[in-house]
Design a protein around this ligand. Structure first.
Ligand code: IPD
Ligand code: CA
Ligand code: CA
Length: 623
């Protein structure tokens, strides 16, 4: 889940442990000031009556790690991201301190927090069906008389391959998140949990010195068969059952991940480990500065390049000792530094006063990439399951709830980052800034395909400088492809440079037709070329031209938002774009005028124009 998506949060549900009134009062005044709905429930209570799946909900837990684990049970099955406020003592999971709550929440609704998607472990058997974020342990049943204490014998298989017989107190199967718990105390390794989906099997109090922890993938099926009665506990007993002799249970990675919100107010993972485990290899306060040079940081070339925290305007220049968080001098680690991976934006970030145009555009590309990827999430979730389609001007001009959700995410993110800029989006009233920067957005290009479950649709975001398209991002949610360009700098797909073909023979070329109501393009070029494809997203058609999988594309008429981003990408990749007469292609943001577009690799343009002009005059379409 993308942190940018949280910019549209409009509801908070808080699970509250006893004696948390102060924190709840603070949360109430924060939510009231921002018109965000707040519901609170006690630990252990159901949230069904408060939860509305159609809203953008953030889950909060106020308590220690126990309350956080209750939150995971409640929020993870509903795909709700969760932030933990720590009012407990030794806490690895609930990492925001009450004093930092307001500032941390501001960061969340600005879309600047990150979301860690954590692996969970699932266990099934005749007497259990549960999921845990930490671990599943299978242990001996405590005897009534301690003198009768016995070892537990468990046969364990991985994907039906027999691992062996484990003898001792039992076994723990833990997630990376749970690796700092029971399994650590049994000499298991600590897993760095970010983007780590492995599970580990750790013997507890075994007497066989050669038996070591085993790490498996989340798709491995671990089968544990008891040779005597045993107790099974999930997350320290939040779910528990007794297993009889010969009973078997199956453990594997859960399909559903838990979404844990991380802000710059969280401790760095290894700082938390050092503090909480008294780690001997460094003193808690003995943190050397990042090994990356300042140049690396500015160019985003470190392990977290392109992450939000490295991208947002910070007090870096003003206070080099506090690179991450101008509002919180006590903390020096950022979310990015906490280890989350970056987006594919390969842009340097950190705009500053007096920045040059290139830096502004690189930063704009970072924000547009993150906004497009965040919008892609609800699009993927709703793809193929749209039940309400609204017809706009005619039967093929439609809009769905998905268009609006994607629009909300993108425009909120852009407004947060660039409040001075104009925004012209297909799905909202125009706010053009003819004398400055304006964003031109189609939150879902190819709604017809989308609504019918066809994967050919995209998110299109462009930036115009005084009317000239200068930066474009087109994201394809179903294939997770990201096209982007800065005018006159170059175009990329997933970070790799792309360019148009140099084919100059029409009979060897592959063409794409967009909207072609009277079939002019198809009828003229179908016989002349290798083929004419009709796909359904104008933005994406231009990206196919840019990356060489098509040699030309045609739109009988387009709106600016259909093509603004694709235009920058195709031009930067070497394409020639004109109207149907060969005049340079332009568009108008103030009116509803639509324009014809012929895009090609360049060498084919004269031949295409020649045929097209004949076709148009044949049909009396001389416009
Ligand atoms: C449409 C698509 C289509 C093009 C139409 C556009 P929408 O956009 O780009 O390929 O031919 O002219 O309206 O309505 O799906 O955003
Ligand atoms: Ca469109
Ligand atoms: Ca659209």
């Amino acid at each position: 889940m993308q942190g940018r998506r949280l910019a549209t949060t409009d509801e908070i549900i808080a699970i509250v442990s006893p004696n948390s009134d102060d924190v709840v009062a603070r949360l109430e005044s924060w939510t009231t000031a921002r018109d965000i709905t707040l519901s609170t429930v006690d630990v252990g209570d159901e949230i069904d009556e408060r939860y509305d799946p159609n809203r953008a909900t953030l889950g909060i837990t106020i308590g220690g790690d126990g309350t956080f684990l209750e939150g995971i049970k409640t929020f993870a099955p509903r795909n709700v991201p969760q932030l933990g406020v720590n009012t407990g003592t030794l806490s690895f999971l609930a990492r925001v301190e009450p004093d930092d709550l307001n500032a941390a929440l501001d960061e969340v609704v600005q879309g600047r927090a990150k979301v860690d998607s954590r692996q969970q472990v699932a266990v099934t058997g005749s007497s259990v069906d549960a999921t845990g974020i930490n671990d599943v342990t299978v242990k001996h049943v405590p005897p009534e008389n301690p003198v009768d204490s016995k070892v537990t014998q468990l046969d364990v298989y991985a994907d039906d391959e027999y691992i062996g017989e484990f003898e001792g107190t039992g076994l723990a199967v833990s997630t990376p998140t749970g690796s700092t718990g029971i399994s650590l105390s049994a000499n298991g390794p600590i897993h760095y949990p970010v983007d780590n989906h492995t599970l580990q099997l750790v013997p507890l109090h075994t007497h066989q010195l050669g038996v070591r922890p085993i790490v498996v993938s989340p798709s491995t099926e671990l089968r544990i068969v008891t040779r005597g009665p045993a107790t099974l506990l999930v997350d320290g007993g939040r779910t528990h059952t007794r297993l009889e002799t010969g009973e078997s249970v199956l453990l594997t990675g859960a399909d559903r991940l838990a979404h844990v919100v991380r802000t710059s107010y969280d401790d760095h993972f290894f700082t938390a480990i050092a503090k909480k485990l008294g780690w001997g290899i460094r003193a808690v306060d003995d943190q050397p500065s990042t090994p990356r040079s300042e140049t690396d940081r500015a160019l985003g070339s470190g392990p977290h390049s392109g992450t939000i925290s490295s991208a947002i305007p910070t007090a870096t220049e003003a206070d080099p000792a506090n690179p991450a968080n101008p509002a919180n001098p006590a903390k020096s680690s950022s979310v990015a530094d906490a280890g989350e991976t970056g987006s594919r934006s390969d842009s340097p970030a950190v705009p500053s006063t007096g920045r040059d145009d290139r830096t502004t555009l690189e930063y704009a590309r970072t924000v547009a990439t993150e906004a497009a990827e965040a919008a892609g999430e609800p699009l993927r979730e709703l793809h193929g399951q749209v039940d309400s389609i609204t017809v706009k001007s005619d039967k093929s001009d439609i809009v769905t709830e998905a268009d609006h959700q994607a629009n909300r995410i993108i425009t909120t993110v852009i407004d947060n980052e660039f409040p001075e800029h104009g925004i012209v989006s297909e799905e909202q009233p125009r706010r053009n800034r003819a004398d400055g920067y304006t964003w031109v957005i189609d939150p879902l290009d190819g709604t017809g395909n989308f609504a019918h479950g066809n994967p050919n649709y995209s998110v299109s975001i462009a930036l115009l400088d005084c009317g000239t398209p200068v930066m474009g991002v087109v994201y394809v949610p179903e294939t997770d492809e990201l096209f982007s360009a800065i005018a006159e700098v170059g175009a990329r797909r997933d970070g790799d440079p792309i360019e148009t073909t140099d084919r100059d023979r029409l009979d060897e070329s592959m063409l794409i037709s967009g909207y072609d109501p009277d079939g002019t393009f198809l009828s003229h070029f179908y016989q002349e070329s290798r083929g004419v494809r009709r796909l359904g997203s104008a933005a994406l058609n231009l990206c196919y031209l840019a990356s060489g999988s098509a040699d030309a594309t045609w739109e009988h008429d387009t709106h600016p938002w259909d093509i603004a981003a694709g235009l920058v990408i195709a031009r930067a990749a070497g394409a020639t774009i004109t109207d149907e007469r060969g005049e340079p292609f332009t568009f108008e943001l103030e009116t509803d005028d639509r324009t014809a577009l012929l895009g090609s690799n360049g060498p084919l343009h004269p031949a295409l124009l020649g045929h097209l002009k004949t076709g148009l005059s044949d049909r009396g379409a001389d416009r």
